[in-house]
Design a protein around this ligand. Structure first.
Ligand SMILES: [Fe+2]
Length: 411
C-alpha cells in the first residue's frame, strides 16, 4: 500500500462536498413528506426551541409530518450557543424514542445542535470527543435541516459550533459526516425574523461569501489525499456560488431589513445564505471569523455583528494581495459605475459599500460600539492568530501585529 501523507507537493485538484437533497422555495417544508416516504421513516425526532414552537413554525413542520405514517416527537430545548449538555439531552431523548429520521428546525444554533446530537447518538460517544477536524468516526443517521434565518448556511455545511459545558468554551466539529443529508429552505419561515436578526445574519452570509471568494487558492495547500482538508481554499466552483451570493446580498439585504415582510427579498437572502454556506464550507472562512471569535466572546455581541465590525478593515488589509477580486465585488454588490473605476477605486468602493450598508441596517460600526477599547487589542489579536485553521487560509500572511492593526482600524 502506498502513502501520500506529507508529500510537500502542492494540490492540483479541489473538491466540492454536498448533501443529497437541497430543496428551495415557499412551501419547501412540504418536501419533508417525500423525505419520510423515501426513507421509510417511522419515527421522527424534531429538534428545535421553545420560541419557534411559540411562533408556530415548529407546528408548521409537524403538520407536514401529520400527513405521513410517521410518529413525531419534539425536542424544544434548543438554545443560542448550544452546549454539550444540551447535545446530551437530545441524545437521551433519541435513545428513548429510537428515531429513524432527525429534523432540525431553526437558525444555526438549532441546526448545529442537530448535527452534533445526531453524530453523538449515531456513534454512541461523548460530543466533546468530536471537537476538531475529521473526528466523527463515520456516517450518521439521516438529518434534515430546515433553516428559519438567512445567514449561517449551516443546512449545507460540515461544521457545528458547540459550547463545552465543562470549559464554557466554544469549539467546532468539522467533519464531512455531519453535513445534513437534506436541506429544505423555505424563505417564508424567515418572514418573522426581526430587522436586527435579518441584518446580523445577512452580514454573516456576506462574510461567508466574501471570505470564500478571497481565501488562498486551493493550489497553495499541500497535498494530503488520505486526510483531506477542513477547507479546500478558493476554487472555481466556490467562486460561482460566492459571486452569486454577493450579488443577491448586494441587491436585497437593505430591503430585507427595511421591509421584512417582502418575500422577494427574503427569498433572495435565504438563497444567498445557502450559496454562501456551500461556498465557505468548501473553500473556507478565514481572518474575519478568527477576529470575531474573541470579539463575540469578550463583548457578547452576535456572530454577525462581530463579523460586520471587522470585515471592512480586513478587506483593506487584504487589498495587498486580493485587490482585483475586491474590486470585482463592487460591481457584484451593485456599486454605481463600478465598471468605470480603476481597480484601486473599485476595491475601495466595495469596502465603502459594506461599511455604509452596515450602518444603514443599524449594525455596530466599530469595536467601541460593543464596548471595545485600545487596551483590549493585544489580547484580541493573540486569540485571533491562535486560530490556526482559519489563519492558514489568509491570502496575506498574518501574525499578532497585523491582527492588531486590523483591530485598530476597526476600533
Ligand atoms: Fe459565520
Amino acid at each position: 500500500m502506498s502513502s501520500v501523507i506529507g508529500t510537500g507537493m502542492h494540490r492540483k485538484s479541489w473538491s466540492w462536498f454536498i448533501g443529497n437533497q437541497f430543496s428551495f422555495g415557499p412551501e419547501a417544508i412540504r418536501q419533508l413528506a417525500g423525505v419520510v416516504h423515501r426513507q421509510s421513516a417511522k419515527r421522527v425526532l424534531l429538534i428545535s426551541d421553545k420560541q419557534l414552537v411559540e411562533v408556530g413554525i415548529v407546528g408548521q413542520v409537524a403538520a407536514v409530518l401529520e400527513d405521513t405514517e410517521a410518529e413525531c416527537i419534539i425536542f424544544d430545548g434548543g438554545e443560542v450557543e448550544p452546549s454539550t449538555d444540551t447535545v446530551n439531552a437530545v441524545v437521551a431523548s433519541a435513545r428513548e424514542f429510537q428515531p429513524d429520521l432527525f429534523v432540525a428546525v431553526g437558525g444555526g444554533s438549532n441546526m448545529d445542535l442537530g448535527k452534533a446530537a445526531v453524530a453523538a447518538y449515531g456513534h454512541d460517544c461523548d460530543p466533546e470527543s468530536l471537537f476538531g477536524f475529521d473526528l466523527v468516526p463515520g456516517p450518521m443517521p439521516t438529518l434534515v435541516c430546515i433553516p428559519t434565518t438567512a445567514g449561517t448556511g449551516s443546512e449545507v455545511t460540515h461544521a457545528a459550533i458547540i459550547k463545552s459545558s465543562s470549559t464554557g468554551k466554544k469549539a467546532g466539529i468539522l467533519s464531512q459526516h455531519i453535513r445534513p443529508a437534506i436541506a429544505l429552505v423555505d424563505p417564508t419561515l424567515t418572514l418573522s425574523c426581526s430587522s436586527q436578526v435579518t441584518a446580523e445574519c445577512g452580514i454573516d452570509a456576506l462574510t461567508h461569501a466574501t471570505e470564500a471568494y478571497l481565501v488562498k487558492n486551493f493550489y497553495a495547500f499541500e497535498d494530503d489525499h488520505q486526510h483531506g482538508l477542513p477547507y479546500e481554499g478558493n476554487h472555481p466552483l466556490g467562486d460561482m456560488y460566492a459571486e452569486k451570493a454577493i450579488s443577491l446580498i448586494g441587491k436585497h439585504l437593505k430591503q430585507a431589513c427595511a421591509k421584512p415582510d417582502i418575500l422577494t427579498s427574503r427569498s433572495a437572502m435565504a438563497f444567498a445564505a445557502s450559496l454562501a454556506g456551500a461556498a465557505f464550507a468548501s473553500c473556507g472562512v478565514s481572518v474575519a471569523h478568527a477576529l470575531e471569535y474573541p470579539i463575540g466572546s469578550k463583548y457578547k455581541c452576535s456572530h454577525g455583528a462581530g463579523n460586520g465590525i471587522v470585515l471592512p478593515a480586513l478587506l483593506k488589509f487584504w487589498c495587498q494581495s486580493r485587490q482585483a477580486r475586491i474590486a470585482k465585488m463592487a460591481a457584484l454588490l451593485g456599486v454605481p459605475d463600478a465598471d468605470k473605476m480603476d481597480e484601486a477605486e473599485a476595491a475601495q468602493a466595495a469596502i465603502g459599500w459594506i461599511a455604509e450598508t452596515r450602518k444603514l441596517i443599524e449594525l455596530p460600526t466599530c469595536l467601541r460600539d460593543v464596548g471595545g477599547a485600545e487596551s483590549d487589542l493585544d489580547e484580541l489579536a493573540e486569540v485571533t492568530v491562535s486560530l490556526q485553521r482559519l489563519i492558514d487560509l489568509s491570502p496575506v500572511p498574518i501574525a499578532a501585529p497585523e491582527a492588531k492593526l486590523i483591530l485598530q482600524d476597526a476600533l
